[in-house]
Ligand binder design. Structure first.
Ligand code: ADP
Length: 555
């Protein structure tokens, strides 16, 4: 801009100087011409006066200096005398403008250019008293020859002018531009540089405000997006059309052990080189969406990819990564449970069918038949117990058809269970004791009853002769504790983590002897979960076992 201003001012100054010089020259030339004509007129007057007293006009003419050309023309235009040429050789001058004007008006003047001499010839003609025309002409340098003569000083002056305008334009350009350079563009309205800039600065201020508003809106949207994606448990990755990571939420970064800040902008391959992810993205590009299972760090993830399109052009890809480890494990344990159930049902059924066949075929002795019938009866009872436990477990599993929670007196439940199990305890030579304080919790009476029953039943079954079982109900802070302790055989350390699993038994034969299904503690675990409570096992082989259920504070 400064350059442009500089050149504009410089050119204008130069042009102005040239125009000025030309005008001065033209005016000077005109003044000079007028002065010459005045001089010629004066000379004509003087000659006329001298002629009046002169006897021989031609001799008088000859006596005059030959500086100017003098011509005497008759009234009809015939040249009578000329001090520079032979009059007889000269053509009639009546048509010459200065002569014609003098004939008609008394005086006349004209200027003609002689290309050969490169001079301007000024003619002045005056009618004398006798009707003849006296013409005096003088050669004057033409404008061009004047210019040529004055060329050297003119160039010098022009050069000086050029230098002066050069410096002037430079300083002017600097002075014009410096306030513009000093503009505070962050606060356009605070500037007072030029009034002409006011509309621009006003518009700039409006644009600033608009940009600030848009930035604020964008930041808000970005924050909202981050708030949503950051709190997502699922992994979310947004890729551009070149598979570079535009955004990755903390969950996704955790899955691939990466830092969201470091990985953003990098290619997806720098996050994971898994062929499954690549094939999912490939499928998404072809069909719009794709999914695959990914096993990473001992966990199972479902990767879902879908492309983002605009007018058929792929703008990017969205990857959603779900942790399906629990579901996979649940599926696995369900399959395992089904296999175990089949196996557990098969054993008593095989037994029943075996004894029934022996009786049917008459192979058994008459005295053995009641024993075999007793076996069939025992196995059938075991089968019913097993089926009841399975049904109860699946009911708890699915949380279907569960009665509503209501206030339940836990101490009363313990006393009731002890009363029901007293015959069994006596049979095993085990004593039962209930202690503690009265505590009412919100729960499902039937399930709580079953929970206490299973714990006390186990405490009796896995006890020793003259052993004891103690039931305690305690209130600690706002929680309620139920503890069933026995002085039984205890559970070895290595089995302790597994005893709440379905069909897990420490000693299979002992469990079966005592009519156990291997599902009692699984039902306990689920019942505890239904009540939002927690379980704690404390056991030492040969000393006894203590299981504590802690119910949360009343909601
Ligand atoms: P079961 O029907 O076999 O009793 P449970 O699920 O009730 O099945 O118990 C799982 C296993 O845990 C039992 O087989 C037994 O070995 C062990 N167990 C449970 N309770 C006790 C206890 N109080 N003392 C010692 N072992 C126990």
């Amino acid at each position: 801009m400064r350059k442009r201003i500089f050149w504009s001012i410089f050119a204008a100054a130069l042009l102005a100087s040239l125009v000025m010089a030309s005008m001065v020259l033209a005016v000077q030339y005109r003044i000079l011409e007028d002065r010459i004509f005045t001089e010629l007129a004066t000379e004509c007057d003087l000659i006329q006066e001298s002629l009046a007293v002169s006897k021989d006009p031609y001799a008088y003419f000859d006596s005059l200096s030959a500086r100017d050309r003098i011509t005497l023309v008759a009234a009809d235009g015939t040249v009578l005398y000329d001090n520079a040429a032979d009059p007889s050789q000269m053509e009639n001058h009546a048509s010459r403008p200065e002569i014609a004007a003098a004939i008609s008006q008394g005086t006349g003047k004209s200027t003609r250019y002689s290309a050969t001499q490169m001079v301007q010839i000024l003619y002045y003609a005056q009618r004398l008293d006798d009707g003849t025309i006296l013409r005096i002409s003088v050669a004057q340098k033409s404008v061009w020859s004047m210019i040529q003569t004055a060329m050297a000083p003119a160039i010098l002056i022009l050069l000086l002018l050029a230098f002066a305008s050069l410096f002037l334009s430079r300083s002017l350009a600097r002075r014009i531009v410096s306030p513009i350079n000093a503009l505070d563009l962050d606060h356009p309205l605070d500037n007072t540089a030029y009034d002409e800039l006011a509309p621009l600065l006003l518009r700039m201020d409006r644009q600033h405000k608009k940009i600030r508003e848009q930035m604020a809106a964008l930041t808000k949207e970005q924050r909202e997006f981050s708030a949503v994606t950051d709190s997502m448990r699922e992994g979310l990755i947004l890729l551009d059309s070149a598979d570079n990571i535009l955004s990755i939420n903390p969950s996704a970064a955790n899955i691939f052990h990466a830092s969201p800040e470091k990985i953003s902008g990098n290619c997806i391959l720098s996050l994971s080189r898994s062929a499954k992810i690549q094939s999912t993205m490939e499928a998404a590009r072809k069909e719009g969406a794709g999914e695959a299972m990914l096993h990473q760090s001992g966990k199972s993830y479902l990767v879902m990819a879908s492309v983002v399109k605009s007018d058929e052009a792929i703008l990017g890809t969205v990857l959603l990564i779900l942790d399906v480890t629990d579901k996979e494990e649940a599926d696995h344990s369900r399959r395992e449970f089904s296999a175990n159930v089949s196996h557990e049902l098969k054993t008593p059924l095989t037994s029943i069918s075996g004894y029934a066949e022996i009786i049917r075929d008459g192979v058994a002795n008459a005295e053995d038949i009641p024993r075999f019938a007793g076996k069939i009866c025992d196995e059938a009872t075991r089968l019913i117990a097993l089926i009841n436990d399975i049904m109860r477990l699946s009911q708890l599993d699915e949380s279907i058809d569960l009665p509503k929670k209501e206030p339940v007196d836990l101490l009363a439940v313990c006393e009731d269970v002890c009363a029901r199990l007293l015959p069994a305890a006596q049979k095993h030579g085990v004593s039962l004791a209930v202690s503690g304080e009265q505590a009412t919790i919100r729960g499902i009476a039937g399930i709580l009853n079953e929970l206490v029953f299973n714990l006390v039943d186990n405490a009796i079954k896995y006890n020793v002769q003259d052993g004891s079982v103690a039931l305690e109900v305690l209130r600690r802070d706002s929680q309620t504790l139920l503890r069933v302790s026995d002085t039984g055989i205890g559970i070895p350390k290595e089995h302790q983590p597994h005893i709440f699993e379905r069909f897990y038994r420490v000693d299979k034969s002992h469990s079966k002897e005592t009519g156990g299904t291997g599902l009692g503690l699984s039902i306990v675990k689920h019942s505890v979960q239904v009540h939002g409570a927690s379980l704690e096992l404390c056991s030492e082989p040969g000393k006894g076992t203590s299981i504590t259920v802690t119910f949360p504070a009343e909601q």
